[in-house]
Design a protein around this ligand. Structure first.
Ligand code: ZN
Length: 208
């Protein structure tokens, strides 16, 4: 087998599973993602779907779609990063909310410090703030080293608008996406089951 080099311009990295393959390849050899569909990848569509608590078809990738600007992520991570601005911008709402809560805690602790200091130790008070600060710094490192992942979704509306795509092809793509998602879900479930089994066996052994 031929070894694949990292910096070869003909090599692409699958945004879903990270497998490297040649640009001419139609599908990812590892997870079967069809690469031509990535031109319809959209962060807006992903955000819309994530807001309705649906993670189906969402791919988290550091290969940015056209509707996300890296300079904006950079700017938000620094200027609004402490309240999770860069997370909200790309639709990572859970992390965004955690950062906002961290900021709220920081503000409350600062205001109430004279009162709280009498009740509890200072280091206990500031320990969560330390973790929160480190989380922010790490996210900035991720942003500037291009490792920051963004949720994307193959936008079916855009796909439908594509004039080169015939109706039959569109229907097939849709069916394929549904099928792919089913398989991915099954794989996830079976993995979770396996993990549960392993942890159960572990606890069994430990109790013995
Ligand atoms: Zn893949």
């Amino acid at each position: 087998m031929k070894k694949i080099r990292l910096k070869d311009p003909n090599i692409i990295k699958c945004p879903r599973c990270g497998q490297k393959s040649y640009k001419t390849t139609e599908r990812c050899p590892e997870c079967d993602l069809i690469f031509s569909r990535l031109q319809f990848a959209s962060n807006k569509a992903a955000k819309r779907q994530l807001l309705s608590f649906n993670k189906d078809f969402i791919i988290n990738t550091n290969q940015l779609p056209s509707d996300v600007k890296r300079w904006k992520i950079m700017l938000y991570s620094i200027l609004l990063g402490l309240i999770g601005g860069h997370y909200y911008y790309v639709g990572k709402y859970t992390k965004g909310i955690l950062m906002t809560l961290g900021f709220a805690y920081l503000v409350v602790c600062t205001i109430l410090n004279p009162i709280l200091a009498g009740v509890m130790e200072q280091y206990l008070l500031y320990f969560p703030i330390g973790i929160y600060g480190i989380a922010w710094l790490i996210s900035i490192v991720y942003v500037f080293t291009k490792k920051f992942k963004v949720p994307i979704l193959i936008d079916m509306d855009k796909l439908e608008e594509d004039k080169n795509l015939k109706k039959a092809e569109f229907d097939r793509t849709k069916e394929e996406l549904v099928e792919e998602n089913k398989i991915l879900k099954q794989e996830k479930d079976s993995k979770q089951k396996q993990n549960k089994k392993i942890s159960k066996e572990k606890t069994k052994k430990e109790t013995k």
